[in-house]
Design a protein around this ligand. Structure first.
Ligand SMILES: C[S@@+](CC[C@H](N)C(=O)[O-])C[C@H]1O[C@@H](n2cnc3c(N)ncnc32)[C@H](O)[C@@H]1O
Length: 504
């Protein structure tokens, strides 16, 4: 049965913000077929039913949401919250009102519980009086899991054992949170795009909104940011995932950078820097992050190209495969496009167990490792692939992205330059380069990069030079952000002269 997806897409976008493009459309088609089959309705009747029934709409959305999460995700952000932001908020309190913390798009609760555990380590058992914690999500099914508070090993990937041993009771392969941590959090069903904002979500001091806005288009994101601003206290803080920072810098909240990390403040766009807080005496809870290096300020500094080791090549990787269309690989790749990373990882592990020489599967697995910030392993796979094929754009891009995430900006620039040297049309590499140049205040280079990206995207953007990996950046988003950054730089240039030396 052929489905006209357009009216479904419009209904879903208006109802909850989720946007479906070519890359994740297959998921929508699969779920729609499931619901049509279960209710035995034609697409037209199902559309009517969806419009009339809030319950069915929620049912559909529950199946479409991507609930990927784990404990202590982006630990440097959490450390920063616990050691910097929270003490600042506590020191400003005139009365003994608790600091109010809300996770929007909390999924199964790992994010907000991580914060409860970390604050418990820092402030002891007294956190109940000093903080309130809440999580909300559109997906009622996943909230039930959050309330249960029991997790598999998979939720603890990359987490020090200490946390599990201290705050969980383990039986078989299930780890259940201690009651007192669980009791600290309340969970609520809430659609951040359309639901009226209840009083309990007003006057928030710290709002976590991580890995949710990636599924929205820029117009929805802007609207949601305005709603979030109305939920925050004055000087309240919004935390988004590091990769979402720029996409949320839409002029609603003030973007602040401190210690190489970004967050937003609900404040007038004054230039006043946040008052520094003395270092907390106790040892850091999380590994200290490397400060963001300042790149490109001195044109005399040129960074040598990263050296590719010539390791004893995994014989399997050497045998470059030609059957890219291998059914199992394609299936895994589709799962990645749909952001169903756990399932993709399982498929790739199966595929590599039976066919360890599948270069595409190794690289795609490395791509997933980078998403999980497991850089060392990912880099070693990419280097091996590169040693076997020095023109591998997939490997060069992976190495660039890994370096960028680890804030090794010079190294990242060198990898991306190699990628665009070999494949000029590789717009993801041009975009990363433009971003890195902008962070390094190399505005002319940044402008040039954004223009190249827009030019390549205006030609379709289908060609990237990548054989196995997705571009890693949504095309519409990159187009929007490139135009937005060019516009912003133009405005800064004309008002402050920052850009004046760089010419048009
Ligand atoms: C990828 S998870 C992010 C979980 C967690 N914040 C993290 O960063 O690990 C995204 C969550 O956003 C939720 N979500 C999507 N659209 C939403 C909406 N309109 N309102 C509230 N939650 C939404 C999904 O149900 C999903 O659980």
């Amino acid at each position: 049965m052929t489905l006209d997806l357009a009216p479904f897409k419009a209904l879903i976008k208006n109802g909850c913000g989720l946007v479906f493009e070519t890359s994740n459309e297959a998921n929508l088609v699969r779920v729609l077929h499931e619901r049509l089959g279960a209710l035995n309705l034609s697409p037209r009747l199902y559309l009517d039913h969806l419009r009339a029934s809030d319950q069915e709409f929620r049912e559909l959305v529950n199946r479409l949401t991507i609930n990927e999460t784990f404990f202590f995700r982006e630990p440097e952000q959490l450390r920063f919250l616990v050691e910097r932001i929270v003490p600042r908020l506590l020191s400003r309190r005139l009365r003994l009102a608790p600091v109010r913390i809300l996770s929007v798009g909390c999924s199964s609760g790992e994010e907000i519980y991580s914060l409860v555990m970390a604050l418990n380590e820092h402030h002891g058992e007294g956190i109940g009086a000093r903080f309130t914690f809440a999580g909300c999500d559109i997906d009622g099914t996943i909230l039930a899991k959050a309330r249960r508070g029991c997790y598999s090993d998979f939720s603890f990937r990359g987490v020090e054992r200490h946390w599990r041993e201290r705050f969980f009771t383990s039986q078989d392969k299930s780890h259940c949170l201690h009651e007192r941590i669980k009791q600290a959090v309340t969970f609520h069903e809430f659609n951040v795009v359309t639901d009226p904002i209840p009083t309990r979500f007003k006057g928030i001091d710290i709002l976590l909104f991580r890995n949710v806005s990636i599924y929205f288009d820029p117009a929805t994101r802007l609207e949601v940011l305005r709603r979030i601003a109305s939920m925050l206290n004055e000087e309240g803080v919004l935390i988004v995932a590091a990769s979402e920072t720029l996409a949320n810098d839409l002029g609603v909240l003030r973007l602040v950078e401190e210690e190489g990390l970004f967050y937003f403040i609900n404040a007038a766009r004054s230039e006043e820097a946040p008052s520094p807080v003395p270092l907390v005496a106790s040892p850091p809870l999380f590994p200290i992050v490397e400060p963001h290096p300042t790149i490109g300020r001195d044109p005399a500094i040129s960074f040598p190209l990263p050296v590719v080791d010539s390791p004893s090549l995994d014989a399997a990787l050497q045998a470059a495969r030609s059957d890219v269309s291998d059914g199992r690989f394609d299936q895994a790749r589709r799962l990645v496009d749909e952001k169903r990373h756990d399932e993709a990882r399982t498929r790739l592990d199966e595929l590599l167990a039976s066919d360890p020489g599948h270069v595409g599967a190794s690289l795609l697995r490395a791509y997933l490792l980078i998403e999980r910030r497991e850089f060392a392993q990912a880099e070693s796979v990419a280097r091996m692939a590169l040693a076997s094929n020095p023109d591998s754009i997939d490997a060069l891009l992976l190495l660039g992205v890994a370096a960028k995430w680890q804030k090794k900006s010079h190294e990242a620039i060198a990898w991306f330059k190699q990628a665009v040297y070999r494949a000029h049309h590789c717009w993801p590499a041009h975009y990363h380069l433009a971003e890195l140049h902008r962070f390094g205040h190399e505005f002319e280079r940044a402008r040039h990069g954004y223009r190249v990206v827009l030019q390549l995207l205006s030609e379709g953007g289908g060609e990237t030079g990548l054989n196995y990996l997705p571009p890693g950046l949504p095309l519409a988003e990159v187009r929007f952000l490139s135009a937005h950054q060019l516009e912003k730089m133009r405005a800064v240039g004309s008002s402050s002269g920052v850009m004046a030396t760089h010419g048009p």
